[in-house]
Design a protein around this ligand. Structure first.
Ligand code: ADP
Ligand code: ZN
Ligand code: ZN
Length: 734
């Protein structure tokens, strides 16, 4: 017989697949691409995924090992997800085995079955025994066994253990029937138990505004649709009704959100609207719960699946719609390992499935906005808030000539006071946690710096410690300078803890609620805090961008942005876009229904034209101006970028490694290879870092240059001394 070679993706960080020998005599129809196969790899046993079957091999036939076991009968990833993963492996230049693995729940990576099989008790015959047999079997004296047998015969599909338990039938009774060979346990796989489309909604859908109706009808066509709607304009209502339409046709909806823990309210709205099963994939799930959810989505019993980034790989029995809420959010891009964009993969998956994809945001990313302008996506604008709720008005407070009291200008303090006096809530926003970003010795000028990073340590007063926000190192502050032992240590600069302290001094009788990743570390802390806020008592909320995401705080009438200037200092051309998005997102928390909102922004650049544009003309004009600038300088989305980053323990090694790549890669007129340069923070967590930037107008030539360079990297003599990674379409340039 001719040997059969299996080309298998192995979950290891090497950019190639491996050949194995198929078990002898296996039927070829069992060897479907996408099935899992247990294989020996070095000394380990790994779970690989079959890519293809070959009749010949270029490898040394003698060395090709046989597989250990074929795990699946059917592919663990359906055809489209499989293709999506292969595409992603190619596009993001990430090893295919790792890509396929990251699309699977942990337990499936470890070989757990695709389907959860259930044991079912069934009758072994079709009719009840006659009198004589009843006697022989002693069934007359076991009325409970008799009645169960009766039921089993009437129920040819049998009863599960939990059904038996519910009907209070003890295991002794069923065992009796099994012993008499009147019943038997069989393993059965749940067959596509579909959610019911009869009673979908708990509450009626709202009457849509004209803008919303238009967005909804657009969103019913296959293709990608950008819903560009200010906060509170009813985007979520459009998603809900689009989903309802999809469910009515028996199809499922996948909803991607940036962070579930932070937005319990969004999940709650889905749950209260629909009666059917809403499956939430949050980070608190156990591996078993996650696998269960995966199975329910795949079998079609879960109707709506809500999850973060990795949920884009959830299999669906009958996909109908994908929603990406807050599509501009950077958390859709994975920042380590397999660096994919879940938003971009969602768009591609939608195309492959031929279903609509809704991207929603009050502040769309420049990529999506420009795709909408060019007609690749449809564009729906929601410019009004239903219920006549007014939109917030913005005021700039120039701080260049003011004397600030721990970050607060007298005008801002007065404004806060006014809003509190009227019984409202105030949100004070600063995107920096901790007490102060710098601890300085006034005697000798020493500044607390991290020994492992090129960075200052952030002072956390409440625990008298310095924490490095880049590597997590923590040291206690003993009250004396590490250099001269003087006790004249002063915290400089602002963090949320310091704002909290200052506000406590300014408004001693006010309730102050601080929300940042330090204060919500404990489980359910965020839910509890947001409940306190929604209760509506006058209060000051102090927080980081965690407060800018998805929440509706109906009693907040003033949003005070303490400092946005860092957006103007950054060397990253995307910093301005992010600053604008953050400012509008946090501003969008203010003012609902009858309470108009005010957003006060402190800045030492009140005349910055782009800031004025944002505030006076709105996000769309702001975005258009940024796009015009990006065209001028050939920056994304009008060109494409990729970064190879490297880090090493010894100084200079990462630079040397990348220099070699830059030198050896083929020069091409259409791809610029820039660098290498030391990273902005050259040393981080004890490693010296550098990066090489690729930029080009044509995606395909950029890809092939990148892939050539990766080939060179893998062969390089320095490759063992560095850790390196590839980032295609980087969100952060540094
Ligand atoms: P977004 O997701 O754009 O922030 P939401 O969908 O949360 O907006 O809507 C904001 C508020 O307006 C919610 O309280 C919602 O119930 C209400 N709302 C949305 N659409 C309508 C409508 N068509 N009629 C009345 N109220 C609406
Ligand atoms: Zn550090
Ligand atoms: Zn000192």
């Amino acid at each position: 017989m001719k040997p059969v070679y299996l080309d298998i993706a192995v979950p290891i960080p090497i950019r190639r697949s491996f050949h194995y020998r198929a078990p002898e005599g296996i039927e070829s129809r069992r060897l479907k691409p996408g099935i899992r196969i247990e294989i020996p790899f070095g000394r380990q046993t790994l779970t690989g995924i079959l890519l293809s079957v070959d009749g010949k091999t270029d490898y040394d036939v003698e060395k090709i090992k046989p597989v250990i076991r074929i795990i699946d009968d059917t592919p663990v990833l359906d055809q489209i997800l499989f293709r999506l993963c292969l595409w992603a492996s190619d596009y993001y230049q990430h090893p295919v085995g790792e890509v396929l693995h990251s699309a699977l729940p942990t337990l499936l990576r470890q070989g757990e079955a695709i389907h959860q099989s259930v044991s079912i008790l069934t009758a072994t015959r079709q009719a009840l025994p006659d009198e004589a047999e009843l006697k022989r079997l002693n069934l007359k004296r076991s009325p409970r066994q008799f009645s169960l047998l009766h039921r089993l015969i009437a129920n040819p599909q049998g009863l599960t253990r939990s059904e038996l338990r519910r009907q209070e039938i003890s295991s002794a009774v069923s065992r009796g029937l099994v012993d008499k060979e009147l019943a038997e346990w069989i393993e059965s796989q749940p067959t596509g138990k579909h959610f019911s489309t009869k009673e979908l909604c708990n509450e009626p859908a709202l009457d849509l505004t004209t803008e919303q109706s238009r967005a909804l009808s657009d969103s019913q066509q296959p293709g990608t649709h950008l819903i560009f709607g200010i906060t509170g304009s009813g985007k979520t209502e459009v998603y809900l009704q689009a989903i309802e339409g999809v469910l009515k046709r028996g199809k499922q909806a996948l909803v991607l959100v940036p962070e579930i823990g932070l937005t319990p309210q969004t999940v709650q709205r889905f749950k209260s609207r629909f009666q059917i099963q809403v499956c939430v994939l949050h980070s608190g799930l156990t591996d078993h719960e996650r696998l269960d959810a995966w199975r329910q989505a795949r079998q079609g019993s879960a109707a709506i699946i809500i999850g973060t980034r990795s949920a884009v790989f959830t299999p669906l029995f009958s996909p109908g719609l994908i929603v990406v809420d807050e599509e501009h959010d950077a958390s859709f891009k994975q920042q380590d390992g397999f660096r994919y964009s879940a938003r971009d993969l969602a768009v591609l998956r939608g195309q492959m499935e031929d279903i609509p994809v809704l991207l929603g945001s009050a502040t769309p990313s420049l990529e999506s906005y420009s795709n909408a302008l060019s007609g690749k996506y449809s564009l729906s604008r929601l410019t009004l808030r239903p219920n006549q709720a007014s939109t917030a008005s913005y005021h700039l407070i120039g701080t260049q000539h003011e004397s600030l009291h721990d970050g607060f200008s007298p005008r801002l303090v007065q404004l806060i006071k006014n809003h509190l006096d009227e019984g409202n809530q105030v949100l004070v926003f600063l995107n920096r946690r901790g007490f102060s970003p710098v601890l300085l010795c006034q005697n000798c000028g020493w500044i607390a710096e991290c020994s492992r990073c090129d960075a200052r340590m952030t002072y956390h007063l409440s625990i008298s410690s310095l924490i490095c926000h880049h590597c997590g190192v923590q040291t206690r502050v003993l009250g004396n300078c590490a250099n001269c032992a003087s006790d004249q240590l002063v915290p400089l600069g602002l963090g949320t803890q310091r704002l909290e302290q200052t506000l406590n001094q300014l408004f001693p009788d006010q309730k102050i609620i601080r929300i940042d990743s330090d204060s919500i570390r404990r489980k359910h802390a965020m839910e509890k805090l947001s409940k306190d806020i929604i209760a509506g008592e006058p209060a000051i909320l102090v927080g980081t961008q965690l407060l800018a995401k998805g929440h509706h705080f109906p009693d907040v009438t003033l949003v005070a942005v303490v400092d946005i200037d860092s957006g103007f200092y950054s060397a990253d051309y995307k910093a301005i876009e992010r600053m604008g998005q953050l400012l509008l997102q946090v501003g969008g928390r203010a003012g609902r229904e009858d309470k108009p909102g005010t957003v006060a922004v402190q800045t030492s650049f009140p005349d910055q034209p782009i800031l004025r544009t944002l505030i006076e003309d709105g996000y769309e004009i702001f975005a258009s101006q940024l796009l015009a600038e990006r065209t001028r300088f050939d920056l994304p989305p009008f060109s494409y970028q990729a970064i190879i980053r490297a880090e090493a323990t010894n100084a200079g090694v990462a630079m040397q490694f990348l220099s070699e790549l830059a030198k050896r890669t083929t020069n091409s007129a259409s791809v610029m290879v820039l660098g290498p340069v030391p990273s902005n923070m050259e040393k981080r967590a004890g490693k010296h870092r550098a990066q090489l930037l690729f930029s080009g107008k044509d995606r395909r030539t950029l890809q092939s240059c990148l892939s050539e360079t990766i080939g060179i990297a893998e062969q390089s003599s320095t490759v063992r001394k560095v850790r390196w990674s590839v980032d295609v379409d980087p969100v952060d340039l540094f």
